[in-house]
Write a protein that binds this ligand. Structure first.
Ligand code: ZN
Ligand code: ZN
Length: 189
């Protein structure tokens, strides 16, 4: 039997959706990222400030609820509406070293022609460090968010700008027993 292959779990506060590493948009996700979510109503004359009590939401059984819903519980009761705007403060950010894990890749996809370019995070970090020697825009990059904002060269296939950047996180691989493998081989014959 092959040794079991175990892949790293996503960093706390991030989840894998269809192979892509994305921010967990639930109340528990914000707790895991240690965020403080504060809001200020932008309506002139109101300017109310508030903060989401994430701990209380979790204790009341709303841990899996979307943050977007939790925010609606703080809306001002004005007849002419509320212009509450939220921002997350002091949260954990996804650093480049967090994604330097076995099986993880960074994928650029051209939104014009669909061409894909896939690199390992380690190769990408080495490339960024090398570019940083001559290009100041590359020097300060330490987070995945900064990586996403980085100016990119044109797509090799169509010449347009490379579009979307995704961090692809490996799913857990199932290890088959020798008996199960033999069964599958027999069924294919
Ligand atoms: Zn208000
Ligand atoms: Zn293209």
């Amino acid at each position: 039997m092959d040794p079991p292959v175990s892949y790293p779990s996503p960093p706390p506060g991030w989840i894998v959706v269809l192979g892509e590493l994305v921010e967990d948009g639930s109340v528990l996700g914000a707790v895991a990222r240690r965020e403080q979510i504060r809001g200020t109503c932008q309506r002139p004359g109101c300017w109310r400030r508030c903060e989401l009590d994430l701990q209380r939401l979790v204790e009341s059984g709303f841990g899996r609820a979307p943050l977007a819903w939790a925010k609606t519980t703080l809306v001002c009761p004005n007849m002419d509406g509320c212009r509450l705007q939220f921002k997350a403060e002091y949260g954990r950010v996804l650093r480049l070293e967090d994604i330097c894990q076995p099986g993880v890749t960074v994928r650029f996809q051209c939104l014009s022609c669909g061409a894909l370019v896939t690199k390992t995070p380690r190769a990408l970090v080495a490339h960024i460090r090398a570019r940083g020697k001559t290009d100041p825009a590359f020097r300060e990059i330490s987070t995945v968010a900064q990586l996403k904002d980085l100016p990119r060269g044109p797509c090799k296939a169509c010449g347009k700008a490379l579009g979307r950047l995704e961090v692809r996180w490996p799913a857990e691989r199932v290890t088959l027993s020798a008996a199960a493998k033999a069964e599958i081989t027999a069924a294919r014959r």
